[in-house]
Design a protein around this ligand. Structure first.
Ligand code: KG4
Ligand code: ZN
Length: 343
């Protein structure tokens, strides 16, 4: 590769769900800026993401966010020599906004474009701040995905476990809704659980399957039926009958401990199957949870593993992780054509 072309200034663009994000990453200095517009306030009104609203908001916000990211990096569009854009998976209408904008820029600036898998972005998000040794296991837990990746090099990863139904973040969001907590549920559940010191009040059944796949819909059902049994929820009318803070705290705390146990059980299995593992990372929106982060750190230290978790700004959806993956793909000249699809 000629020297000039190995010096990349990447503009990363992420619009797979409800965050409009842009970032600048350079070969010389790594991440220079990472900006986003979160639609969380809009989504709160509807108790979740409304795809139509998400894509319309991306259309409004994508240009100002890219401008902000360039300014914060001290760069202009003319400094950018490759564009990395999330091309899958995600909400089609949302992905299309980012992909079309990225293609237009690449065409106008006559620079290459790279489609990045959003999940590869999450899987390598801890590499923005750290250099975990390989082989590495990454637990990604977000609102849309819960997966375990075995990572042996940059861009070389294998999914060794994933959710067969709801994602972990989705379980937090759905159960929060059930007990009258606002969206997004994860941070609310954490606050409630912390107030009662993370005690396991209700000991919800954890499906102890000896596989690496996750299942959270059973846990949601266990919480629901436990509420019914306690006379706190009416199944026929689907209404919460007990609005006490005490119930919210006890359900939240028991749920968080159950999810902790599920994560640790899966990591134990993964390590048994892959004893050569040197390090573990915990990423995705759910990795903002301080209790879970600490529990996994403790597990790793007991098992002699290095442990990494990104700063919260790189745990939730962001474009820095997309620019990072785009950067190592650019170094390998893994470019896409302008007919890059989002599926
Ligand atoms: O990665 P992310 O921003 O978006 C997706 O790609 O889905 O993750 C959002 C998810 C939501 O389900 C939210 O409830 C969860 O991450 N989350 C948390 C916490 N903060 C966000 N879950 C548990 N504890 C938290 N502190
Ligand atoms: Zn995500």
């Amino acid at each position: 590769m000629n020297k000039q072309l190995s010096n990349w200034t990447v503009l990363g663009i992420e619009t797979s769900c409800d965050e409009t994000a842009a970032a600048v990453y350079t070969t010389e200095n790594g991440i220079l800026s990472s900006k986003l517009f979160s639609q969380i306030e809009q989504q709160k009104m509807f108790g979740g993401v409304v795809p139509e609203i998400a894509s319309r908001t991306h259309v409004e916000k994508i240009e100002p966010i890219i401008t902000e990211a360039l300014q914060a990096a001290g760069k202009t569009l003319n400094d950018i020599n490759v564009i990395a854009v999330t091309s899958k998976p995600g909400l089609p209408g949302s992905l299309l906004v980012g992909a079309c904008f990225a293609k237009s820029l690449a065409y106008a600036l006559k620079i290459p474009i790279i489609g990045v898998n959003h999940l590869e972005g999450h899987a390598f998000s801890s590499f923005l701040e750290y250099t975990p040794p390989f082989p590495h296991i990454c637990l990604t837990a977000s609102g849309g995905h819960t997966s375990l990746y075995l990572i042996t090099d940059y861009g070389k990863y294998k999914t060794i476990g994933q959710t067969t139904d709801d994602a972990a973040g989705e379980a937090f969001d759905k159960i929060a809704k059930l007990i009258g907590l606002p969206y997004p549920g994860g941070p609310e559940i954490e606050k409630m659980a912390q107030a009662v010191n993370f005690v396991d009040f209700f000991n919800y059944t954890r499906a102890k399957k000896p596989t690496l796949d996750f299942s959270f819909s059973g846990l949601k059902t266990a919480v629901l039926y436990d509420l019914v049994k306690r006379g706190a929820y009416d199944l026929a009318t689907k209404t919460l009958l007990d609005h006490s803070l005490e119930l919210k705290q006890q359900v939240s705390s028991s749920l968080l401990v159950a999810i902790r146990d599920i994560f640790i059980q899966k990591l134990e299995i993964a390590l048994k199957l892959n004893p050569e593992i040197k390090s573990v990372s915990f990423v995705g929106g759910v990795a903002c949870n301080k209790y879970l982060k600490a529990a996994l750190a403790n597990f790793c230290s007991k098992n002699g593993l290095e442990y990494f978790t990104p700063s919260p700004k790189y745990c939730t959806d962001n474009a820095a992780m997309i620019a990072f993956v785009g950067h190592y793909m650019a170094q390998r000249e893994q470019f896409d054509d302008l007919d890059l699809d989002i599926l």
